[in-house]
Design a protein around this ligand. Structure first.
Ligand SMILES: [Fe+2]
Ligand SMILES: [Fe+2]
Length: 229
């Protein structure tokens, strides 16, 4: 990872949140380029926020000298494929964005648009769950037995919630208030569920994928990009 420009976060302008400042610099850097960031604070949370803004295209590592952290960061270019974990994290983000849009459409009284957004969200989430259950969970069924079992149970609960949401969507516009409640409950469930997967399972799946990684990754990408109707 060759590098050049160094962004020193000790010089963040007063009143500007550090992630906002870092992102304002990062978005002007072209894909395929690298950067170093000096941060006086431990950077895990900052990098999670930046990954979210940059759609998980960042590859980074940090080293500390006890005074602060030097983060070496690379923005993947168009020819550099995302790793399995980042592909799934990006899909989490995209589904969460759809859920937020659905909620705001419901709250704005745009029933028809809300139902259409919820339908797309439902399709994407069911495809995501199938990929995790069928393709990925078997990879680390032994190495991550407990989190895998928990993930499967949570998937079952989420599917029940999705069925309930579909019922509401099939009903009349007067059900709008119920849809708001169901979507709010699902957002809370998903939030915890995705965090657990990202911290307990994605690393285990990447390690277990090993030799057949490329084939698996292509299959995951294919199924995420065209969820069955
Ligand atoms: Fe999941
Ligand atoms: Fe997931």
């Amino acid at each position: 990872m060759s590098c050049c420009y160094v962004l020193d976060l000790r010089f963040t302008p007063q009143g500007v949140p550090v992630p906002t400042y870092a992102y304002s610099v990062l978005r002007d850097i072209s894909p395929g380029e690298s950067l170093r960031i000096w941060s006086p604070e431990e950077p895990t949370l900052l990098m999670a926020q930046l990954q979210n803004h940059m759609r998980h295209t960042l590859v980074w590592r940090a080293a500390t000298d006890g005074q602060g952290y030097l983060i070496t960061l690379h923005i993947r270019g168009p020819g550099e494929a995302l790793a399995l974990g980042d592909t799934l994290r990006r899909d989490h983000d995209e589904m969460n964005a759809r859920l937020v849009r659905s909620l705001s459409l419901v709250n704005g009284g745009h029933w028809r648009e809300a139902v259409s957004e919820v339908t797309a969200f439902d399709r994407a989430l069911r495809a995501h769950i199938l990929i995790e259950n069928d393709l990925l969970a078997p990879l680390a069924a032994r190495a991550a037995e407990e989190p895998t079992a928990l993930m499967r149970r949570e998937h079952d609960d989420i599917l029940v919630q999705l069925d309930a949401i579909q019922e509401v969507c099939a009903a009349s516009e007067e059900s709008c208030k119920d849809l708001d409640t169901w979507l709010g409950l699902l957002a809370a469930s998903l939030n915890k569920h995705e965090f657990r997967e990202e911290t307990l399972l994605f690393g285990a799946w990447e390690r277990a994928a090993g030799v057949g990684h490329e084939t698996l990754l292509n299959e995951v990408r294919r199924r995420l990009s065209s969820p069955a109707a």
